[in-house]
Design a protein. Sequence first.
Length: 576
Amino acid sequence: MQIKFHFILYIFLFPLVVQGQSIITPFEKSDSLESATYFEAISFYKQLAKSFYEIQIQDIGPTDTRYPLNVVYFSNNGNFDLNTWKQQHKMILLINNGIHAGEPDGIDASMMLIRDAVTGKIKIPANVVLAVVPVFNIGGFLNRNNSSRANQNGPKEYGFRGNAQNLDLNRDFIKLDSKEARTLVGFIRDLDPDIFIDNHVSDGADYQHIMTLLVTQHNKLGGETGKYMNNTFVPNLYADMKKRGYDLVPYVNDFNSTPDKGWREFYDPPRFGSGYVALWQTMAFVPETHMLKPYRQRVAATYQLMLSFIKTASQQAAEIKTARDNDRKKLQDKTEFAISWHADTTMHTMIPFRGYTPGYKPSEVSGQQRLYYDRTKPFSKEVPFYNHYIATEKVKAPKVYVIQQGWVDVIDRLRYNGVVMQMLDNDSTMTVTSYHIEKYETIPTPYEKHYLHKNISVSIQNEKIKLLKGDYLIPVDQPAKRYLIETLEPTAPDGFLAWNFFDAILQRKEYFSDYVFEDTAAKMLENNTVLKNMLEEKKKADTNFAKNADAQLDFIYRNSRYCEPVNMRYPVFRIE
C-alpha cells in the first residue's frame, strides 16, 4: 500500500555548511514550494565541486542560449576518465533533467541526491557512476513563469516547455534542430550510458499514484537487453520502490479515455530521448510524477526512484553489461530490422492500479457533459496493460549506404552520431539499389518546425549511378547500425525523409510545354510499343486517367528519357 502522509521530507533539513556557505537547496529552504533557478542550480553544483573530490562539473557544448550545457559527474573515487570507467565495467547512469523546463522535479531531486552522496547521507555503490545534466532546456528554464502548466500543482515558478527556438527538445533526437540536442547526442555517444533516466511530470488522468514510469518499449529495444529489462530489471525496480513506500505504475498513456479499463504502453520512436538511446542498446526510463500531487511529494518520489535505479543497477550490473555486450555482438550479424511497430492487443499484462472513479456531469462552463474524477470514490483493481508490440514493417540491411555530398544537413547529423563514413577519392560509377518515391502524405500543420511526411511508399530499382569525388560510402556494420537503418530507410517513420531533409527531390526542376511535347510523345508511342502498351493498360485500369489528356502526357514524359532522374528518386542508395 502507498504510504499516506501529510509529508515529512525524506531529506531532513539540517545546517549543512561547506566553506562557510549553506548547501541547503532552494527547494528545501522554501519548505518544498520553490524550484531552483538555472543560475542557482549551476552555482550549487560548482560550490559542491570545489569542496568534494567525488564530483566534477563540465561544460560539454553549446545550447541555443548563450549558456553552455553542463554535466555533473559523480564518482566515489574521484576518477572521471570515461575510458577507465568502461575498463572497470562501471555501471554508467545518465540522468537528464528539465528537458521540459516546466517539469523541474528532477532538477531539485538531483541537487539533493548529489549533495547527499558527497556528504555521506546516502551511499552510491562503488560500481556505479553518475552523469547528471542539471538543466537541459536552458532557454525554457530562463523563461520562468507560474501559468504555462495550467494543470500542475506547483512549484511556485517553473520554466517553459519550448526552448530558445520554442522547440520541444524531447522530439529533437533525430532531426537535431537544437544545439542542446546536438550536444547531448554527441555526449551520449562518448559516454555510452548503460541506463538513461529522463525526469518528467505527467499530464492526463487523475489517480492515486505519485510516480509513474515510462519504460522504453522492450520489444523495440529487443535482444537480451530488452528481455532482461522487461523480465528482471523493471520487476525488481517496482519491488524496491514498493519497499520505499511507492506503488509504481506504468506511465498512464491514456489521454482520450479513462484508465480504469487499462491502457497501451507508450511507444517511444527515436525522436524521443528514450527511443533514441534504445538504438544503441541502452535501457531508458522516463519517470513521470503525477502533476496534481503536491510538489514536495513529487520531488521526494523522484529522489527515491533515482536511489532505486542506482541500487538495482548496482545489484544487476554484471547481467546488464552481459546483455548489452551480447546484443552488440549479434547486431553485426543481424540482417533484418523492424522500423515500424504497433501494439499487440491480443497480449497484455494485468497490473494493480489505484485510481479514482470517473464520471460525467454538466459543465459549469459550457453546460455540456464533462469528465471528472471523484476522489471520494477511490478504487484499487487490476487492469490490462498492453505492453507487447509487433513489427509492422521490416527491412533488410544493406552492406553499404551511399549518400551524395550535397546533402550536408544529413551528413552533419550522421557525424553528430559518430557514424563512420568513407569519402570517395575519385569519380565512380556504381551499381546500386535505388528507391523511388511513389506516394506520400504530409501533415497539414507544422510539427516542431517540420511538416512530417507519413505513409510513404516506394518502388525499388537496380541502376548505375555516377558518384563524384567527395560523395560518401557508409558501411552498415558499425555500432550505429540500427540508427542508420531507422534514419536512412525512406519508409522509416522517423527517418530523414519523413523529417523533410530530402524534400528537394519531391519537386521537379525541369518539365515541358504541352504543345511542343505532344509531337514528341506521339513519335515515342509510334516507335515504342512497350510504352504504348503501358499507356493503354493504364487507361483501361483508370477511367479518370483515360479522360485526362494532361495526365496521359505526363505519364509518357515520366516514362521517357526526358524525365529528370533525380525527381522522386531517394538520394540515399544501397549497395547490397
